[in-house]
Design a protein around this ligand. Structure first.
Ligand code: ZN
Length: 131
């Protein structure tokens, strides 16, 4: 398991920083000050489901054996979810923002071009009408 690293300079994102940024969209590197896009690995869903299943299993086992020591078992059933929560920073990924911006720029350019073409076509159509 590895913590996310800056896609530009390769600096590791500190664990607690990763924890804080997990719900945000952008990450600004502390060493090179460049922005990257935050995404969460698809594997995290599987880890979540595994944790949920283990929790349920503990609850079911508790129900079957009708344990009197409920507090320990309740705590135990929460443990997989706590572990899952603590593992989140390891499933955060950073992608360089530049590429993303380039894509947006290209789309805007093509949009402008099509608009220009449309305008040219309209002008041509107007000329034909005026004749
Ligand atoms: Zn960096």
């Amino acid at each position: 398991m590895k913590l996310a690293t800056c896609p530009y300079c390769g600096k590791k994102v500190p664990y607690f920083r990763a924890f804080v940024i997990k719900s945000k969209c952008d990450y600004v590197c502390s060493s090179c000050k460049r922005e990257s896009k935050i995404s969460v690995s698809q594997k995290l869903k599987k880890v979540f489901l595994a944790a949920l299943l283990i929790s349920l299993l503990i609850i079911i086992i508790n129900m079957i054996f009708q344990s009197t020591d409920n507090i320990t078992l309740v705590a135990l059933s929460f443990l997989p979810m706590v572990l899952f929560y603590l593992l989140i920073p390891f499933y955060i990924k950073l992608k360089p923002y530049l590429k993303y911006r380039d894509v947006v720029c290209e789309r805007l350019k093509t949009l402008e071009q099509t608009k220009k073409q449309e305008r040219a076509q309209r002008r041509a159509a107007n000329k034909r009408k005026s004749r």
